[in-house]
Design a binder for this molecule. Sequence first.
Ligand SMILES: [Zn+2]
Length: 340
Amino acid sequence: MRVAVMYAPGDVRVEERPDPKILAPTDAILRLPASCICGSDLWPYRGADPIDEPTPMGHEYAGMVEEVGSAVTTIKPGQFVIGTFFASDNTCEICEAGYQTSCIHREPGAPGGAQAERLRVPLADGTLVATPDVPDDDLLPSFLAASDVLGTGWFGAVAAEAGPGKTVAIVGDGAVGLLAVLAAKQLGAERIIAMSRHEPRQQLAREYGATDIVEERGDDGVAKIKDLTNGLGVHSVVEAVGTQEAMTQAIGSTRPGGHVGYVGVSHGVELSGDGLFFSHLHLHGGPAPVRRFLPQLVDLIWNRQIDPSKVFDLELPLEQAAAGYQAMDQRRAIKVLLRP
Ligand SMILES: [Zn+2]
């Protein structure tokens, strides 16, 4: 099968690798009618994460079940399923509490790379959620979005306690940030402030429910948020970047007693104990337990109540994955869909 492999920063190649096989009796093999590139794939692409060996890429997936191991009971060949970047048993105490990304049996959800034609998924019964029937092709991008960026944005909004009567600010205008806007809207937030300086992304943020746009960053961004909120700061902030600047901006924009949901993969962020002590904030985040939200998200997409697929603004053949990485790295594309 064909799979996108990262050899070094800036060096992605599509090459032939053996088709995946059932290795454990709890595995499933999926055929992937499409795949996609995640903003977090840009960390190694830009050299911010080490690449020790040529690494198959991609951790977002939705596809047809072709084969299951002997111990798989609920997932069946012929089903269309969605999974997430960590496999989980969905039965341990941590999973039952809704933190499947810290499952005591967790392992990578797409060990062979999901920017590929086929994928082995471990712990299939716990990890995968089936749609009611095989979906129309036009829903495929939305289900792929649910696999990570929608689920992650949703968790960010939930962790930030976005809801009725709340003013929510979103730091980050990548796919996760934009879908956190959609999530905040769905959760009933009264006012949603998207922080973005890119016109096409501002427009999509507005489509998804943003009521205000703030272009300023850093201290200026914080000052602008305070201007918009009677000097108090917002109730809720979703931090969807992972840098020091974004986290500082998120914390500075939140009012005392407010909530920060941080879902940008943290890179070198350091927080001051004093600053936290006197901020009176709730901080909650981490690798989003997308599995917790998947049944609800699958339902919303199946019934066409939300359309997260708008974050895909470039579609390429899998063979041209390298061009897709380039487009996202240069911010010419928000998110790239790849078709085999
Ligand atoms: Zn578990």
